[in-house]
Write a protein that binds this ligand. Structure first.
Ligand code: FUB
Length: 473
């Protein structure tokens, strides 16, 4: 952790000196901790429903769920907190892993949380848009069997319209959901586990057949731990799950030719990686004809096992449908789209950010807040076209003056194309759209940097809030 802090302050120093710095894209969100990513492709965007870690605790005490989306896999828009524990009258703690799915224009977000009966339950919230507003569909848990295994729901709608909800920790369960997606008529089924189906068996389940723990450590047997991710692709059904690797979680998977098994263990997907986190939690989707693995690490500065962040890697399936071994990377995937600078773009759409956060007002509007000197936002693949814009506009709010918003292309320390001095606007929620001329013409596709500075005596203090930006020709 110390090394990371040094890296961060070195980066800030380089930026203040105007020296270009190359920034990684993983973890994909830098303004909050975002464990247990659950990607959902809807229309032309990937949505990532995630948890919210609070580093500093020594357990997964989590109170809300966050949402981000992207149309290009490089710039991620923060949609704030569409769901929190208080939205479920029966939930008392542990806002753990979740997944959202669309059916007939409604969005069903399956979550798990600690119930007032002091075990874990699975609930479902419903909305008419992927961004919410969501509300508890039932006013009670959908699954509540008095078990601590009721965590990590994963949902999938089969070609024949039958929806399946799988979940579990140690034991893996499923039900067939009714068409309303908020009830089920089938009994809860437990999926049998064996070496053949999930890589290993737990000693307490079948002690006679299991090796002892020493043998297990030596042979490094895999196990279904938690975090199932169920989907179908090209006639194959997949259960990706958090498995076991030398005392910490890896990502593993099993395949089947039917949605209910039998499952055949296929091996590990992400193993022996310096993730700086005990847990891992995977989700796989195809988007724009490419395949992506979402997972989490504790690699954001200040992070760790209780400060986990979403990361993503592109991969290519083997010809037989099996999944290759995937390593974590700092760079993440290449952009698969561009940003149009001539429309309103949210400031909270970013490929990388430092020394700023995001906040949400009472109407749900998300904006960039807590901006400090040395901070910046990077936006990738902004396509200015063949004719340079003439003006840059930014919607900002400041309770105190003296903030400066500089706009660079290529890198900070590259070409500075615009500068806005941000005055007091009358309050931190009093938005003003400020406009300035472009100093240096800019054309083609560029990475754009918003750099935050302050006049004298502003070091360390809040500079301004930033809601959206656009260029004009
Ligand atoms: O985030 C809390 C729990 O940690 C999740 O429910 C598990 O999958 C593990 O990631």
């Amino acid at each position: 952790m110390k090394i990371k802090k040094i890296e961060t302050s070195l980066m800030t120093a380089l930026l203040l000196l105007g020296i270009p710095v190359v920034h990684a894209q993983n973890p994909i969100i830098q303004t909050s901790y975002t464990p247990d990513p659950a990607p959902m492709v809807y229309k032309d965007r990937v949505y990532v429903y995630a948890g919210d870690d609070i580093p500093g605790f020594d357990f997964y005490y989590m109170t809300k769920w966050r949402l981000f989306s992207s149309s290009d896999m490089a710039n991620w828009t923060d949609h704030g907190v569409p769901l929190k524990l208080e939205d479920f009258s029966w939930a008392i703690d542990r806002a753990w892993a979740s997944q959202c799915i669309e059916r007939n224009g409604k969005f069903y977000w399956y979550i798990c949380a600690q119930t007032d009966q002091n075990n874990m339950g699975i609930g479902v919230a419903v909305a008419s848009s992927p961004e919410g507003p969501f509300e508890d569909a039932l006013g009670k848990p959908l699954i509540t069997t008095g078990s601590w295994s009721n965590i990590d729901p994963t949902v999938f709608i089969h070609d024949d319209d039958q929806a399946y909800l799988y979940w579990g920790n140690a034991n893996l369960y499923y039900v067939k959901l009714n068409k309303d997606m908020i009830s089920f008529s089938s009994e809860i089924m437990e999926v049998p586990q064996s070496r053949e189906s999930f890589g290993g068996i737990r000693p307490q389940k079948d002690p006679a057949k299991e090796t002892n723990s020493t043998d297990k450590a030596q042979t490094n047997i895999d196990l279904f731990i938690e975090g199932p991710w169920f989907y179908k692709r090209n006639g194959n059904y997949y259960q990706v799950f958090a498995g076991m690797e030398k005392g910490k979680e890896c990502l593993s998977y099993s395949m089947s030719k039917s949605p209910t098994g039998p499952w055949k263990y296929q091996g590990r997907i992400m193993v022996d990686q310096p993730t700086n986190s005990f847990t891992n939690h995977g989700g796989i989707v195809d988007f724009k004809d490419r395949s992506y693995l979402f997972y989490h690490t504790g690699l954001l500065p200040g992070g760790g096992s209780y400060g986990r962040s979403t990361a993503v890697e592109e991969f290519i399936y083997n010809p037989d449908g099996t999944i290759p071994l995937i390593n974590i990377s700092k760079m993440g995937p290449e952009p698969v789209g561009t940003v149009n600078p001539y429309q309103r773009n949210e400031a909270e759409m970013m490929a990388w950010a430092e020394n700023c956060k995001t906040s949400q007002d009472t109407k749900g509007n998300v904006y960039v807040s807590d901006i400090r000197t040395g901070g910046f936002i990077k936006v990738r693949e902004v396509d200015f076209g063949e004719i340079s814009p003439k003006h840059f506009n930014a919607s900002v709010a400041a309770g105190l003056g003296a903030g400066i918003l500089e706009v660079y292309v290529d890198s900070i320390g590259g070409s500075k194309i615009a500068t806005i001095q941000v005055p007091r606007t009358g309050g931190w929620d009093q938005w003003k759209t400020l406009s300035t001329k472009i100093d240096i013409p800019v054309t083609g596709k560029k990475d754009l940097f918003f750099s935050f500075k302050g006049e004298n005596l502003t070091l360390g203090r809040r500079l301004f809030n930033f809601d959206y930006w656009f260029f004009e020709k």
